[in-house]
Design a binder for this molecule. Structure first.
Ligand SMILES: Cc1ncc(COP(=O)(O)O)cc1O
Length: 390
């Protein structure tokens, strides 16, 4: 008995996750570790399941965006090092201490407040990765003086351990490498300033997927592997370079809920924006924009039925989508692929992203709590997780 009642599901191929980790393991220097980035519920693939698979496949640590995501991983029994990449309010530092999760910091005031709270509550020390803003314009120290001030404040605290130093590249996935090289030079200058001050460096990291592909020699102590872990390339340019061969891990599937043949023309969906030709086969699929399947695909997207494309007709609804079956006889219960492969055909996340005017990162992240995740290994189901029932 399936643990879910609507025949729409995400399928995650854990063999692909494993293969992608192994691909990057071979691509980067032997001394460089892999930090698997599983924020945003594993880019929509399931943070716990993907995190476990990545660690088992050779990743050394995990990274998330916020402390809450780290707590979910700890509650699931994951004991590997976890770094929170984003901002954590200082009043939450006690949770990081109790769950032994490392945090990102870049402000002296934050360091001093976090130190005060940890001392006040007599809690265990917390590992801190100092972030440098070398050109992302998001979080981080921007000058050597700021950096030395933050590191100095950490050294004065016996409740905060200086565990890392990192930066994030804004344009590593672009053909023109001027910006990323300028960022890397600035990061190297920060490292030199710290060494010149007589300090030993903690764990140093700067590479996201794109930088890891294009500049594996910049790996330092670890890369932060996000989109590549899921078998997706950071940009069309990076896909063309093809320095590494990645296997997409996610498919989105459903089963036909209703079929009709419109002998006479009928209009389809809200706004009656589509009128059928005589005798068109119209199938209704139990998925809509409330699942994170974009309404921008209305009258534009396609799905796969019996290995062929079927066009989305009319507007994508909150819970349902209609398609025109172009070949074959559709029946209720027949499987349809919305993202992924069926036979020789494939609807990639890159294609869907281009259709709706975004990047491949966003497409799986949009899929939400209403869609259960089915995990596959060697072509067989090995687990199901339904956020609705957790
Ligand atoms: C700070 C930080 N680091 C790393 C990543 C992963 O990037 P990719 O998904 O492009 O690999 C994201 C991020 O926000």
């Amino acid at each position: 008995m399936k643990p879910f009642c609507r025949d729409t599901w995400v399928e995650v191929d854990l063999d692909a996750i494993r293969a992608n980790v192994e691909t990057f393991r071979r691509h980067i220097p032997e001394k460089t570790e892999i930090m698997a980035v599983v924020k945003a519920d594993g880019y929509g693939h399931g943070a716990v399941q993907v995190g476990r698979e990545a660690l088992d496949a050779g990743a050394d640590s995990l990274a998330v965006a916020m402390l809450d995501e780290a707590v979910v991983l700890r509650d699931a029994g994951i004991t590997a090092p976890i770094l929170v990449l984003g901002y954590t309010p200082p009043e939450s530092v006690g949770i990081a201490s109790k769950r032994q999760v490392e945090l990102t910091a870049y402000s002296e005031a934050w360091i001093r407040e976090a130190d005060r709270l940890l001392r006040q509550d007599q809690l265990e020390p917390v590992g801190i990765h100092v972030k440098a803003d070398t050109g992302m314009g998001r979080l981080g120290v921007r000058t050597t003086d700021e950096l030395l001030g933050v590191v100095g404040a950490l050294e004065e605290s016996d409740k905060l351990r200086w565990s890392g130093l990192f930066t994030h590249y804004a344009c590593a996935d672009e053909p023109d490498d001027t910006h990323v090289r300028r960022q890397h030079e600035m990061f190297q200058a920060f490292l030199q300033a710290l060494l010149a001050s007589g300090r030993k460096l903690p764990k140093v990291h700067c590479c996201n997927t794109a930088a890891a592909i294009a500049h594996p020699e910049w790996g330092y102590d670890t890369i932060r592997l996000g989109i590549g872990l899921y078998g997706l390339y950071p940009s069309p340019y990076m896909k063309e370079r093809a320095d590494v061969s990645l296997i997409p891990a996610l498919s989105l599937k459903t089963r036909i809920a209703h079929v009709k043949v419109a002998e006479q023309p009928i209009t389809v969906s809200y706004g009656a924006t589509y009128t059928t030709e005589p005798n068109e086969q119209v199938a209704t699929l139990p998925i809509g924009y409330a699942d994170g399947y974009s309404r921008l695909l209305s009258n534009r997207g396609t799905v796969l039925f019996e290995g062929s494309r079927a066009s989305i007709i009319g507007r994508v609804c909150m819970d349902q989508t209609m398609v025109r079956i172009e070949s074959g006889e559709a029946e209720v219960g027949d499987e349809v692929v919305l993202y992924g492969r069926q036979g020789e055909e494939e609807i990639s996340l890159d294609e869907v992203a281009a259709l709706i005017g975004t990047i491949n990162y966003e497409v799986p992240c949009m899929l939400n709590y209403r869609i259960p995740k089915v995990y596959m290994r060697q072509g067989k189901e090995c687990g199901v997780f339904h956020p609705l029932f957790k």
